[in-house]
Design a protein around this ligand. Structure first.
Ligand code: XMP
Length: 317
């Protein structure tokens, strides 16, 4: 019978056996998967694990600082890299979702590769790939059906010549969380909603600009904080705000406004493969909508997404 404690014990022993005294690099994303992978590897090989946490400028509000702090607190050998401008400049003028993912994947590999080269004699690349990532990236391929290329799977450039170690690639998300708890990871990391690698770039429909990122970060923070205050955050599998490239007329005092729309998305799911929209209480939605419209400059309308997957997807891009 599978238990998280037994998984931790056998995986740490297997990692020690496999990696010996080799150095390993790992890109931390702030998410559950890469964090659990990092802690497992840290327990197995200590300082030989070199973690790199890239600020792509597409994270949630204040996320980079908070998460970096948390990782340091956990004792990880970690380096934070501010690459906000590199990502944003490569996204300028790019509208197509897959091209955005490709641009982000490309810059990420460049930044990560620069950093990995600074670690002498590194032999391995560790990834927090979990079982559904493996399945989806295989099954989804096909001429007409490249639904979404998950850039964090198998994205290893030849020139890095590193062997890949993926300690979580047999686990589902709920198992990863159980393993994380068994490793003593706090809810701040374990309990967080899934967040896509390309981040807010795929929640800003169309072209991404620094201004739109800033607006979406504010709206998203209001949304998420309200879910937490109402005790709903842990009941929802994934939630986030989406910046729609639509302007609509509104009225503020005596003035006519013509501003953008924010869409709120919240889903229930087990593994992200299928999902139902959450029936959030109207009073909470009302409070979030008021707060966003009153506090976030540039937004005069908030809508709620009531589509399930399939046929919709969780993200809009
Ligand atoms: P969809 O939108 O395909 O999302 O229903 C299913 C789950 O996958 C996440 N997602 C991504 N994660 N890179 C990622 O790392 C991506 O390009 C990507 N696209 C979607 C999404 O947030 C949801 O949890």
């Amino acid at each position: 019978q599978w238990t998280p404690d037994a998984f931790v014990e056998t995986t740490i022993a297997a990692l020690q056996e496999k990696l010996g005294n080799d150095k390993v690099v790992l890109a931390l994303s702030g998410g559950v998967d890469s964090s659990v992978a990092a802690i497992l590897l840290h327990k197995a090989i200590g300082k030989n694990l070199h973690c790199i946490f890239v600020d792509n400028g597409l994270l949630r509000k204040d996320e980079y600082e908070a998460v970096l702090e948390q990782y340091k607190h956990l004792g990880l050998n970690i380096k934070g890299v501010d690459a906000k401008d590199r990502f944003l400049s490569q996204l300028a003028g790019v509208k197509d979702p897959e091209l955005k993912r490709k641009a982000i994947g490309r810059v990420f590999i460049e930044v990560f590769d620069d950093e990995a080269h600074l670690v002498q004699d590194v032999k391995w690349l560790a990834q927090g790939t979990i079982y559904p990532d493996v399945i989806e990236s295989v099954s989804v391929k096909g001429p007409s059906a490249t639904i979404k290329s998950h850039h964090n799977v198998g994205g290893l450039p030849d020139f890095m010549k590193l062997q890949v170690v993926e300690p979580l690639n047999t686990l589902f998300k709920d198992e990863v969380r159980r393993v994380g708890r068994s490793l003593g990871l706090e809810d701040f990391i374990i309990g967080r909603h899934p967040f896509p690698g390309p981040g807010l770039a795929i929640r800003i429909l169309g072209e991404v600009t620094a201004d739109k990122v800033a607006i979406l970060q504010e709206a998203d923070a209001i949304y998420i904080n309200n879910l937490k205050e109402a005790g709903l955050y842990d009941k929802v599998w994934q939630a986030g705000a989406i910046f729609l490239p639509v302007q609509s007329v509104g009225v503020m005092g005596d003035e006519r406004t013509y501003e953008n729309v924010i869409c709120l998305r919240a889903v229930e799911s087990v593994d992200g493969m299928t999902a139902d929209w959450c029936h959030l209480p109207y009073n909470i939605l009302a409070k979030i909508s008021n707060e966003i419209i009153n506090k976030v400059k540039g937004i005069n309308r908030v809508v709620y997404d009531i589509s399930s997957k399939p046929p919709a997807t969780i993200e809009w891009e």
